[in-house]
Design a protein around this ligand. Structure first.
Ligand code: ACO
Length: 382
């Protein structure tokens, strides 16, 4: 019997969800029904995280309590610092983050997915501690001590402070916070699906988030923000763009930061981030990464715009982080710091109406082969 097959499950709904909505034809993204542009303009990352987790914007007192709870759980145990110290300094920070998050679950055992207080505390811990772990690994790998979080700083300010030991300009911290809002959630993407599959086994949220972090790392997903910077640095000058891009397209290689399974227009998050990248570009020279990026976008539009291949969230986010002086391999961990809010919302939604994910496959191998004795087998590897 012929059965339909959908590689990459493209277009197949795998869950019902009220967390976020994307219209890829019109370039609309909503979290719990609110346009992401409105959240970028009016909200903060922690308020948005509350919205994703609890389906509504918090009242003033609720937000104060949530902010305070997050501030109080920013510290990480010495055991986690020791674990980060033991990892190879050349290793990728996403691997360090994945290992540290998985280990976190050993410090805070989570027994019952139905228990609301434990779920709240787990969400608070994960949102609070991810930035501390990312900043700690960034410092420890170059021989510096990890910096203790400061309760008097906002979420974004505190992360930038733990990275650099300097309290950032509030305007820059605000831009960084908006980037976190824009990365906080995006329907059924690869890392969210990966986390939901793990949640559907009723594994604890630490294991769920570490699964999602592993999936986010790949260059076709969150890792693209890092790849965009490497690509722009390799291009290095506006006149080399046509040659570089055309080479890639004729070799059927992907141009990083472009294309999306859902969006056929420019990603609405890229539009907001482009504005910030432009603001931050004021003092850079004519060959700045932003100038290069705009020229790559213009050239891509002439070549593949008609196919709906346009900048995605990762195209301008890396440029902003680069402009803020952040090391390139921390871009994807920063994506994870933001997306943990969406992953947790999906994890809890999955627990609520759980059905174990166990898709089918179409077997296309042989049947009824004889078992061949070892003496008669021809070696295939030299
Ligand atoms: N550069 C060049 N061509 C592209 C690109 C790109 N970035 N993206 C898609 N295409 C082309 C493909 O070559 C293919 O062309 P064809 O029909 O002539 O064979 C067609 O568009 C469809 O491409 P697919 O890879 O099949 O589309 P899919 O929906 O699976 O791809 C994806 C989505 C994986 C994001 C893809 O666009 C890509 O690899 N982009 C580059 C990596 C990237 O930026 N990833 C971040 C995505 S956003 C995020 O995950 C947070």
């Amino acid at each position: 019997m012929m059965r339909d097959f959908f590689p990459g499950l493209a277009g197949i709904p795998a869950a019902k969800s009220s967390i976020s909505f994307v219209d890829g034809e019109r370039g609309i993204l909503e979290y719990r029904g609110i346009r992401v542009e409105d959240l970028a303009e009016h909200s903060s990352f922690l308020e948005t995280a509350f919205l994703l987790l609890f389906s509504r914007l918090p009242a003033k007192l609720e937000l104060e309590t949530f902010n305070r709870d997050i501030s109080q759980h920013r510290r990480i145990k010495f055991g986690i610092i020791d674990l980060l110290k033991a990892l190879p300094e050349q290793g990728h920070p996403m691997d360090a983050l994945q290992a540290a998050v998985a280990a976190l679950g050993m410090f805070y055992p989570f027994h019952d997915v139905r228990e609301e207080t434990t779920r709240y505390l787990t969400a608070v811990r994960l949102i609070a501690k991810l930035p501390t772990m990312v900043a700690a690994f960034a410092r420890l790998r170059r021989g510096d001590e990890a910096i203790q979080p400061r309760d008097d700083l906002s979420y974004a300010e505190n992360f930038l402070y733990m990275l650099t030991e300097q309290v950032p300009d509030p305007a820059l911290a605000k831009i960084f916070d908006v980037c976190l809002i824009l990365h906080a959630e995006h329907t059924m993407n690869a890392s969210t699906f990966s986390g939901m599959v793990t949640a559907s086994t009723l594994a604890d949220p630490y294991t769920v988030i570490s699964s999602a972090i592993g999936t986010l790392k790949g260059p076709l997903h969150g890792g693209a923000n890092e790849a965009v910077i490497h690509m722009l640095e390799a291009i290095n000058s506006v006149d080399r763009i046509p040659m570089h891009v055309d080479d890639k397209l004729s070799n059927k290689e992907k141009v990083m930061g472009f294309g999306h399974r859902i969006y056929k227009v420019k990603d609405p998050r890229a539009i907001v981030m482009q504005t910030f990248a432009q603001q931050l570009d004021c003092e850079a020279g004519p060959q700045s990464l932003f100038t290069l990026a705009r020229a790559v976008e213009a050239h891509m539009e002439t070549r593949v715009g008609s196919k709906g291949i346009r900048p995605n969230v990762d195209f301008y986010s890396g440029i902003i982080y680069h402009q803020l002086g952040i090391e390139t391999d921390l871009f994807t961990p920063i994506f994870a710091m933001a997306r943990v809010a969406g992953w947790l919302a999906h994890c809890f939604e999955q627990y609520q109406e759980n059905h174990l994910f166990r898709p089918d496959q179409i077997y296309d191998g042989p049947h009824n082969l004889p078992y061949q004795p070892i003496e008669t087998r021809e070696p295939q590897f030299q």
